[in-house]
Unconditional design. Structure first.
Length: 664
């Protein structure tokens, strides 16, 4: 005859359980047959704790598997405009000048297990690493092969290819931790699921089960914390690589985190929540499930534990990132070298030579976009339809995001303004006694310190020259400008760009293309075309006189504009209206390599041309040349006049010419 007995003795409090506000009853079940006491049903808080653990473990397993499977789950490249050069600056002069997106593709990313091209941390697309190719082929031959390698996608996985061994070890460590988290999550799904259905109570002691669960969840929590710290450290550390192309790299200069780091933070908080729930809401006694009446107390402890965990997480994150210099000021550009050098584009795609001069016409049909210089006479209209959306910038560039990146000038005017600078203009006789060298393509021969002689085409002239007035004929003692002539007409250009190194010591560049295209990702030649909004040139035409009453102190900074600028002359300059009659249109770059047969592909860009010819002192030009020589980048090749392009044929000039004024 079986006998049941009831022990009314109050249970001893669990060391990990809160003080009970209401006395609980322990139930014992005995049997004459010697059977194991039957399991007591779980209390609601305990059930919820185990259910939460199952759900969190399942989500962790799903998230970690997705991060392992996705080759872009951890980091991806920044936009091109934010990317600095990644190749060694010392090799720029040898033709090695690339951003990370140019080597790897703009959508390249790295996952926990492999990169976006499918290669793991120990694989690469090339048969050998980069240093092997340099050793076998030589440095310059390998540099020459880079475009071909890029085209065949052979640089991936870059960590293996570039022999960044320590970075590779760190990445693989993170990957291993990911696998551990995946395995642990799968085991905990089984463990807590078995507890919920009552299977585990007959297999494992309650105290052991609770201890094992708490230990595993603590390990998972700590693992996520380690992964977060590891990820931040990997991102901010300067890693050394065994190759001459990219000898070191800081990933944060070129990459940004994607959703993988977010999963890391969420995984840490979720694992911490389960760890605390296991501690607070599960039992350590076999056959006994304490009825927990003080839920509020436990919840307070739970929230307190989570807050403490968040503080630990914040401290670890800030400490790791701060130790690696993540919070140091700077825009990511190393100004110790000229990062604008060699930025002039030659190709729109690998090796296509898009920006080479091209035929203006084919079978009588215009094959190019609008050209410069144009006839800027008020009322003139070009014959090339620029559409309704391709319009010039119609306000002063200083009111936009453009900044000046260069100043240079041409012998004679490249634009035509009837009555100001045109075919009837005059000036001092040249060596070949050509009144206008564009007539019959006659050329003026000039000498310099480095070149005994070279030929340049002269453009149109102003009407001021008077051989009986000494201010047009008396030579000036030039100290900085080269081969300049008093009485001659020059057209000064100030190229501006939104992609310039504005506000830095590298703002002014020679050639000007380097300054115009210095920062990548800002100027688009197709998708969508924005060159006429992001590139502009100011143009002003002068006749040089040897008379200090026409001195202007800062010709370097840009077009002179009455009302905007302070004149330093003796009183004659203010009578001229500078910048009060501006022609604005979209055109191209100029220079003597272009004419009405061969045209520029650097188009369309905005031109703002002062229609009036002005007198300026020779000393004003020499002061400008002195300032040019003081720039961080050598502007030596712009200290003399360049040749002038022929005025563009009407069929090549845009029909969008506007008039305006910059006079305040």
């Amino acid at each position: 005859m079986a006998s049941d007995s009831v022990d009314a003795t109050p249970p001893q409090p669990d060391a990990l359980s809160p003080p009970m506000e209401v006395e609980a009853v322990n139930v014992k079940v005995s049997s004459d047959s010697g059977q194991t006491p039957s399991a007591v049903p779980l209390s609601l808080p305990s059930k919820l704790a185990h259910l939460l653990a199952v759900v969190v473990a399942g989500v962790i397993a799903l998230f970690v598997s997705s991060v392992l499977a996705d080759g872009r789950s951890v980091i991806v490249l920044k936009p091109a405009k934010d990317l600095p050069r990644i190749t060694d600056k010392k090799l720029v002069e040898h033709g090695l000048d690339y951003r990370a997106d140019e080597l790897l593709g703009p959508t390249y990313g790295v996952g926990l297990h492999h990169d976006s091209s499918g290669y793991t941390w120990t694989e690469c697309g090339a048969e050998h690493n980069l240093q092997t190719y340099v050793d076998e082929l030589g440095l310059h031959q390998t540099i020459a092969a880079v475009p071909s390698v890029i085209a065949t996608d052979g640089l991936k996985h870059p960590v293996e290819f570039l022999s960044c061994e320590e970075l590779q070890k760190a990445g693989m460590s993170a990957m291993v931790l990911g696998y551990i988290a995946e395995i642990a999550a799968a085991l905990m799904i089984i463990f807590h699921g078995a507890t919920l259905v009552g299977i585990l109570s007959g297999v494992m002691k309650a105290k052991l089960a609770k201890g094992a669960a708490a230990l595993v969840w603590f390990t998972v929590t700590a693992g996520f914390l380690i992964v977060i710290g590891l990820a931040l450290g990997i991102m901010e550390t300067n890693w050394k690589c065994d190759n001459p192309f990219i000898p070191d790299v800081t990933l944060s200069d070129h990459f940004v985190f994607t959703y993988g780091i977010v999963f890391g933070y969420l995984g840490y908080l979720s694992a911490l929540l389960v760890f605390l729930s296991v501690l607070l809401f599960t039992s350590t006694k076999d056959g006994v499930e304490p009825v927990v009446y003080s839920v509020k107390t436990n919840l307070v402890k739970l929230v307190g534990g989570l807050v403490a965990g968040v503080v630990v997480l914040a401290v670890v994150s800030l400490s790791v990132a701060g130790a690696q210099g993540a919070f140091e000021e700077g825009d990511g550009k190393d100004e110790s070298y000229n990062y604008c050098a060699k930025q002039k584009p030659y190709h729109a795609g690998p090796g296509d030579g898009y920006f080479s001069n091209t035929d203006c016409f084919k079978d009588g049909i215009v094959q190019v976009l609008e050209q410069a210089g144009a006839n800027v006479t008020k009322g003139y209209k070009g014959g090339l339809d620029a559409g309704t959306w391709r319009t010039p910038i119609n306000k002063h560039y200083e009111e936009t995001d453009l900044c000046p990146v260069n100043v240079h000038w041409h012998l004679g005017a490249e634009h035509l303004s009837v009555g100001q600078f045109d075919e009837k203009g005059k000036g001092p006789e040249s060596d070949n006694d050509a009144h206008n060298s564009h007539e019959g393509d006659e050329r003026r021969h000039l000498a310099s310190k480095d070149k005994p002689k070279w030929d340049i085409l002269r453009g149109l002239r102003c009407h001021y020259y008077d051989e009986t007035d000494k201010k047009y004929t008396e030579p000036y003692d030039w100290k900085y400008c080269v081969n300049m002539t008093v009485g001659e007409t020059y057209e000064v250009h100030w190229p501006h760009s939104a992609a310039g190194a504005c506000g830095t010591k590298w703002q002014y560049q020679t050639p000007f293309y380097d300054g115009v295209f210095c920062n990548d990702g800002i100027i688009n030649i197709l998708t969508p075309l924005n060159t006429y909004e992001k590139i502009g040139v100011q143009s002003q035409v002068f006749t040089i006189v040897n008379d200090e009453e026409y001195y202007y102190r800062d010709l370097f900074k840009g077009m002179i504009v009455t009302g905007r600028d302070e004149y330093v002359g003796a009183g004659k300059m203010p009578k001229y209206d500078f910048g009060t009659d501006i022609a604005m249109y979209t055109g191209s770059t100029t220079g003597t390599t272009r004419d009405n047969e061969k045209c520029s592909r650097y188009a369309p860009i905005t031109w703002q041309v002062d229609r009036t010819c002005h007198l300026i002192s020779a000393s004003s030009f020499d002061t400008m040349c002195k300032t040019m020589m003081e720039q961080a980048d050598s502007m030596k090749e712009d200290l003399y006049a360049h040749g002038a392009r022929k005025v563009s044929a009407t069929a090549l000039v845009a029909n969008n010419l506007e008039s305006g004024t910059f006079d305040k």
